[in-house]
Design a protein around this ligand. Structure first.
Ligand code: SF4
Length: 509
């Protein structure tokens, strides 16, 4: 029997949307969002293969595996570790297969590290790939196209350590019609968005619900890119979520800010149980938005747009980027003023990075502005792989660190929490339930301990917790799940910043 060891390598670093703080606080490895990629690829592996999954965020990679074939997948942020593991398994005589977003975006970088390079999506090439692996007469390369998502099976969550993931995942579409210059999504997932049928999505949700997940990330590149399709799916999600026997699921997803123009759509999102959305606001500078082709963000008041989501009890998390060509040294103050006015507690702040395969990467390569010592284009908060134009590299990184320190000072974070809570409208989703869910209860206890540990950081943190807690108990007890989500993110961000040497303790301040 052919044996495959399928690995999701560790991301480096896990900054804003990671969960390193759990392991580093002694609670063991935790994933913020269960890894959909290895669970999906596993569903294509024929029954006559032996299969074992490893999510390295949750368990150490077994370098002594007896499997004949080691398959690795990963995004750009996982590339360094993915290639390191590939080389190690090669040395140990394994057949190494690499696929996934990074392999598709930077095949020339991956090629020397694997026997079989899989580019593109797996759906249409899986039968040939596994038949060849079974026979031992494989090709060095397989190329999948942008697949029809009706071919995507239900992921093999039965093989995944679900008790260590905070949030389940379902991908309902792939692709995005927009063309933001820094983004690699249109390159590997295409501009024509493809969709799963609502029945497929609900079948995947049934599995996650049965495993105990009560939070699910709809892992789409842009959930509302097609409004008609979003409406159709939201209608199905609302009916499904309102009829759950043991309490509803809280959904989170990603969408572009233009969705806020459509009040009816936001109402449907809220009714389905969507409570958190990632929106790429990116920058307060219209010149920088224009430069990067983020046309959907032009000519709007971003603070008012966030308010419209909040009116429907949908909390916004946003990206924040500095280092566009149009950004001079004044950008840090402009971004700080923008953050100070926005009811957005969590911003994923970082330097502009030219991700492999993105139009920005091509432009930077063409103009000789790629830094040779940062080959991966990994979105790290305190580094970039390009030479900035409007300031020196040192100014960029120093300004970035100061901006991060300022916006995540506990007082500034507390102000944004209260600003969000003051605007937050009533919850209109399926009635919540207090029923405890077995696999998630221990993670819930760990999360509560991590949030509580913020008080140990200093007087300012204790004051922030007391201020937010008082307001919530008096005025918004219905917002406690969102508050806990924000505080969990805040604890992770403070942890990452502390490791980088920022935000010294405010004890005695
Ligand atoms: S950043 Fe978002 S809106 Fe822009 S191309 Fe990428 S997925 Fe689409």
């Amino acid at each position: 029997m052919t044996a495959i060891y399928l690995i999701n390598p560790r991301a480096q670093p896990q900054a804003y949307f990671g969960a390193d703080i759990y392991a580093d606080s002694g609670f063991g490895g935790v994933q913020l969002v269960a890894d959909l990629t290895i669970a999906t690829v596993a569903a294509f592996v024929p029954d006559d293969f032996t299969l074992r999954l490893c999510d390295e965020h949750l368990a150490a990679v077994d370098l002594d595996t007896e499997a004949d074939i080691v398959a690795l997948t990963g995004k750009t942020s996982q590339a360094p570790r993915m290639l390191e593991l590939a080389d190690e398994f090669h040395r140990r005589g394994k057949l190494v297969v690499i696929g996934g977003p990074y392999a598709s975006l930077a095949p020339e970088a991956v090629r020397p590290h694997c026997d079989i390079l899989v580019q593109g999506e797996i759906e249409e090439i899986a039968p040939a790939l596994f038949a060849d692996l079974r026979s031992g007469r494989w090709a060095a390369e397989y190329r999948g196209s942008q697949a029809d998502l009706s071919l995507t099976p239900i992921p093999r969550w039965d093989l995944y350590p679900n008790s260590r993931a905070l949030i389940g995942a379902v991908q309902t579409s792939r692709g995005c019609p927009f063309t933001c210059e820094f983004c690699d999504v249109p390159t590997y997932a295409g501009r024509r968005q493809r969709h799963k049928a609502p029945t497929q999505v609900l079948a995947e949700l049934d599995v996650l619900y049965g495993l105990g997940y009560r939070s699910v990330f709809l892992a789409d590149d842009n959930f509302t890119a097609s409004r008609a399709r979003a409406r159709e799916l939201l209608t199905a999600l609302a009916a499904w979520n309102h009829s759950r026997p043991h309490g509803p699921v809280a959904f989170a997803t990603q969408m572009s800010v233009d969705a806020a123009r459509d009040d009816d759509l936001l109402q449907m999102c809220a009714k389905a149980g969507l409570t958190v959305v990632f929106v790429g606001l990116e920058t307060a500078s219209e010149d920088s938005l224009r430069e990067t082709g983020k046309r959907q963000n032009l000519g709007i008041d971003p603070v008012e747009m966030v308010g419209r989501f909040l009116d429907h009890h949908i909390m916004v998390i946003s990206g924040l980027i500095v280092g566009f060509d149009a950004d001079g040294p004044d950008i840090f103050d402009r971004q700080r003023r923008f953050v100070d006015s926005a009811p957005v507690p969590i911003f994923s702040l970082g330097a502009l990075v030219a991700s492999s395969g993105s139009p920005l990467h091509r432009r930077m390569a063409h103009s000789g502005r790629l830094l040779p010592d940062q080959p991966y284009g990994t979105a790290q908060p305190w580094s970039t792989n390009i030479v900035p134009k409007g300031m020196s590299g040192e100014q960029l990184l120093n300004g970035l660190q100061q901006l991060g320190t300022d916006i995540y000072h506990p007082r500034a974070f507390g102000d944004r929490m209260l600003r969000m809570l003051e605007r937050l409208g009533p919850y209109t989703g399926p009635p919540p339930s207090n029923e405890a869910v077995a696999p998630q209860t221990s993670l819930g206890r760990d999360t509560a301990a991590i949030v509580k540990s913020l008080a140990g950081l200093g007087a300012e943190e204790r004051a922030m917790l007391a201020r937010v807690g008082r307001y919530a108990l008096r005025h918004r007890p219905d917002a406690l799940p969102l508050i806990q989500t924000c505080l969990r993110f805040y604890a992770q961000i403070r942890h990452v910043y502390a490791q980088a040497g920022f935000l010294p303790t405010t004890e005695g301040a």
